[in-house]
Design a protein around this ligand. Sequence first.
Ligand code: CA
Length: 363
Amino acid sequence: MATKHTKKPKAQASRVQPASLVYASRPEAMALADDIAERRGLDRAWVRQAIGQARQLPQVVKLMTPAPVGTPKNWQLYRSRFIEPRRIAAGVRFWQAQRETLARAEAVFGVPAEIIVGIIGVETIYGQQTGSFRVLDALATLAFDFPATHPRAAERSRFFRGELEQLLSLKRQKGPDPLSVRGSYAGAMGMPQFMPSSWAKFAVDFDGDGRIDLFDSPADVIGSVANYFRTFNWQPGMPTHYSVGFDPERLDKDALLAPDILPTFPVASFTAKGAVLEAAGLRHTGPLALVELQNGEEAPSYVAGTENFYVITRYNWSSYYALAVIELGQAVAAAMRTPCRANEALAQASVTLSNTECSASTQ
Ligand SMILES: [Ca+2]
């Protein structure tokens, strides 16, 4: 539908502007511009001009198109992309440099350093990969040209229209310049890859300089991630998950998997349905979820997820993502405890921590 609409004017328009500048002549794009201006009290001409200068990016549409049905997920493969020596070494450096800020975030928000370090590492390798798409282009493309083959195309398109609106409102909120800021193909920005709506709702100025900078201020990034988790009810001191086995005699796996990752079962009914927990899991007082992670053609992995596991999936709605965050945080914490010994493992990837980093180990 979208391509049909853009093809015709291309011939005449190409003399004066690149073919990708289509939104100024798209009625629904200009209608949204007017709505945004009205709702947000922004200058109508400025909003129209901003959306009109957004480029349509075919590669963004392609990246958003879902994988063919039946492609098996593979936790071991997914894990290996994140729990690897370079990312662990970068995590150790980040934690050592930000030790005081991480401790302050834990004191203020109740979220442990390990989880914050896991998030920032999985998202961008501590700021090394924050994305090179102009966010304005990515969000306009997803708002007006979301792939129609996606099962939730209408809902996703509405979501990205909302994000485009938030982006254009950000400069009022001590945020980045909406016309130039760069990010992922989905419009996520900065070291923690915040969408514009998350920036508006959860980002905080944690270094006290009066601005919110999620690109170059590690303190603002740490505070903002911690604030995000607190808002989604992170419970200080609660583990994220326990190991789980099965008693084949009693196992009702369908019932255990039915609520997916939503913690639903008190320990008594979890074990009555055939889940087997170790001592720490048996002492847990809140509800649990049986989380299944596929391993391609191999047998799946399972964990018993708590409410804090679920909170991590509010950052990115995937149990694979959540477990990668947790395990990267654990791996960095382990390397922090014995940084010089960690060098043996890190050396496999030609990465080692310097002697100074070794001697600056944790207490
Ligand atoms: Ca700041």
